[in-house]
Ligand binder design. Structure first.
Ligand code: MTE
Ligand code: MO
Length: 393
């Protein structure tokens, strides 16, 4: 069994697939903390978790004037340590809502294939510069280098490894914050999250955040891997498996604006309290460093709306009246915002449909329904999130 070396996992996780291991936390737990504890952070593995010996581990960096082979000690000692709080979301988050419209291919994720963590490591930019990337190198490459490819150390029976790529300009940007991360939430990366090293590409779909990183290649072409070429792309609702041409669509990189309700749970039965209010909580995030500026919540299926209170950071100290953490620099809003609203329940109603939708600072908004954005792989599922609850007097 190639999965016999997989690590232990937290029993609270909801398992979508055991081998390879894919699981997400219960929504209420996810919405409880600004920083998602690593143990309950969703796990999305395509292959068995590789066991990597930290002592002999080397990261190879190619496609530069000076190819590099870096040990963990090199990565930790030769480059400044950079820390970023960033949200990671799978392209398939909320796929189950697409499945409810029409069957799609993929793991049946709920709303929790997303998490927010603090990541520390070397900046990919600094490592590429160490390898000689600069104006001269760009000229040597004939201006032809456009992408940075990543290869994982996890492989299938034929030896094919997981791989992906991102645009070179994201990797080189001083404001891109792309990390070769060796820590998650202040500790060594857990085995499931890429020990000893993974790429963290803030604002970019989970699939490009390659775990168990073995190789970085600066290149003219995108990664040739299945996951870059023939997966993780969006299509029209009218495209089916007979007509789909994966070459016709770009690989997903930055994700669209997203939000979801983590409390109350869909199907919950609520007691009407003294002031007839219900507390609604959730998360909101947008890709590409675009900051979520507003979340609207409705208790009547979208007829009337109110604005939720956005929690910028972890909310700690709010009770003590401390100032909230400073807002992120423009274009670098990598972390989600948790939000909350105390909303009056419509009088006399028995069945209530609670809805949320977020707006980012480009005024991108979520689509109101799933059917017009349905696609055969069930990716980019970001319609208004709806939960139906029953109210008891
Ligand atoms: N990297 C490797 N090497 N192997 C993988 O299977 N899965 C990708 C990405 N990086 C994957 C990988 C996908 S699709 C996602 S959504 C994220 O890792 C999930 O990261 P997590 O398991 O740390 O939450
Ligand atoms: Mo993913």
């Amino acid at each position: 069994d190639p999965y016999s070396g997989d690590p232990q996992r937290h029993p609270v996780l909801r398992v979508n697939s055991a081998k390879p291991f894919n699981a997400e936390p219960p929504p209420s737990l996810l919405g409880d903390s600004y920083i998602t504890p690593s143990a309950i952070f969703f796990k999305r593995n395509h292959l068995p978790v590789p066991r990597v010996d930290p002592a002999s581990y080397r990261l190879r960096v190619e496609g530069l004037p000076r190819p590099l082979s870096l040990s963990l000690a090199d990565l930790k000692g030769r480059f400044p340590k950079h820390t970023v709080t960033a949200t990671l979301q799978c392209a398939g988050n909320r796929r189950s809502e697409m499945n409810a419209v029409k069957q799609v291919k993929g793991l049946n994720w709920g709303i929790a294939a997303i998490g927010n963590a603090t990541w520390s490591g070397a900046l990919l930019r600094d490592v590429l510069r160490e390898g000689g990337w600069g104006p001269e190198a760009a000229a040597v490459a004939g201006g032809g280098a456009r992408h940075v490819q990543f290869e994982g150390l996890d492989a299938d029976a034929s030896g094919t490894t997981y791989g992906a790529s991102i645009p070179l300009n994201k990797a080189l940007s001083e404001e891109g914050d792309v990390l070769l991360a060796y820590q998650m939430n202040g500790e060594d990366l857990p085995a499931d999250h890429g020990y000893p090293l993974r790429v963290v590409v803030p604002g970019t779909v989970g699939a490009r955040n390659v775990k168990w990183l073995g190789k970085v290649i600066v290149s003219r072409e995108e990664s040739a891997s299945h996951w870059q070429q023939n997966d993780y792309k969006g299509f029209s609702p009218g495209t089916d498996w007979d007509t789909v041409d994966f070459k016709s669509a770009p690989a997903i990189q930055e994700l669209p604006v997203q939000s979801a309700i983590t409390q109350p749970a869909d199907g919950a039965v609520l007691e009407r309290d003294a002031d007839g209010e219900v507390t609604v909580r959730g998360y909101a995030w947008s890709g590409g460093g675009r900051e979520v500026v507003r979340v609207d919540v409705s208790l009547d299926g979208g007829k009337t709306w109110q604005v939720a209170r956005l929690r910028e950071g972890d909310g700690e100290g709010e009770e003590q009246g401390e100032a909230p953490p400073p807002p992120p620099p423009p274009g670098r809003a990598w972390a989600w915002k948790l939000w909350e609203v105390g909303a009056p329940l419509p009088p006399g109603e028995q069945q209530v449909e609670i809805v949320c939708k977020a707006v980012d600072n480009s005024y991108n908004m979520q689509p109101d329904s799933v059917a017009p954005i349905w696609n055969l792989r069930g990716v980019l599922s970001n319609a208004w999130h709806r939960v139906r609850v029953t109210v008891r007097e």
